[in-house]
Design a protein. Structure first.
Length: 294
């Protein structure tokens, strides 16, 4: 494997970090500096000077406009996440976060997990809206993390994709890993993590199709990557190959993807609960424009 790909898998670092280490002469193969595109060969002696660990990102209690609490009790808080909001703080992100918004609202959440991700059991992309659950109690954190890992949580999204998938209902079973050339993207690649997406068509428009999508796995950008691989990218998703002209006509500045419903066994009593989020204005407006095309 290439140095950047191999060390990324071996050490859990991004390819960008590995490339920087290589450029700085901090990656040696048999005692000689290795470039990021050099090959790792079995039996070679590998030395890597690791960077200093990043300091924990501070959680800032800042009110988040549009962040709606759908439900809360002693164990969980379910929110409707607006566009432009990250699940939790991270290096390089200075915008609003769900965790910061909940803190500003005076809600206590679980202290489990890394300092900046306390209570977070799953995430939505910054540009993806919809329903999300955060653990308030330590018991809920453990139970929900297990539920997501064991795939007993039902996650349903609505996605507007370009064109008309054929068949109109089906399953995409294709492994996902980091894009071989672009570190900020993901892709369907041989040897990636197993990724399964089920979908059915809700409504077919002239230029696009509204789909109901059920995730069996929860890989980063899974829906966006899978439908891009089928050449039916989410409308407005310029990162994964959507048509910018269509996005502009529909007034979209991000991917048309919405976490519609989330169902899980409540950590307190095991009863099944389910929560739903309505379309935000930009997504509903895009559908209205498509409907007028008929």
């Amino acid at each position: 494997m290439r140095v950047d790909a191999g060390l990324s898998k071996l050490l859990g670092l991004s390819r960008t970090v590995v490339a920087t280490l290589a450029e700085s002469g901090d990656v040696l193969v048999d005692g000689r500096p290795a470039g990021k595109s050099d090959r790792l060969v079995a039996g070679a002696w590998l030395e890597v000077a690791l960077p200093q660990p990043e300091r924990p990102v501070e959680v800032k209690a800042i009110a988040v406009e549009g962040l709606e609490v759908i439900h809360q009790d002693d164990d969980v808080v379910v929110v409707d996440k607006p566009i432009g909001v990250a699940a939790h703080p991270s290096p390089g992100w200075s915008g609003p976060t769900v965790i910061g918004g909940l803190a500003a609202a005076g809600l206590r959440i679980s202290t489990s997990g890394a300092a900046e991700r306390q209570g977070v059991v799953h995430r939505l992309d910054v540009g993806t809206t919809g329903v999300m659950v955060v653990a308030k109690s330590e018991h809920a954190y453990t139970a929900l993390k297990r539920a997501f890992k064991e795939r007993t949580v039902e996650k349903r999204y609505h996605a507007l994709v370009q064109g008309h998938p054929d068949p109109s209902e089906g399953t995409i079973d294709a492994p996902i890993d980091r894009h071989p050339r672009h570190d900020y993207r993901w892709a369907v690649v041989a040897g990636g993590k197993p990724s399964i997406t089920h979908y059915s068509t809700i409504e077919a428009f002239r230029a696009a199709s509204l789909l109901d999508v059920k995730l069996e796995t929860g890989r980063t950008h899974q829906i966006r990557v899978h439908f891009s691989a089928l050449r039916h990218p989410c409308v407005g998703d310029l990162t994964y190959g959507s048509d910018p002209t269509l996005a502009k006509r529909l007034g979209l500045s991000r991917q048309w993807l919405h976490a519609r419903t989330l169902g899980f066994h409540h950590p307190a009593d095991g009863q099944w609960v389910e929560f739903t989020s309505d379309y935000p204005a930009d997504l509903a407006g895009a559908l209205a424009v498509l409907a007028d095309d008929y």
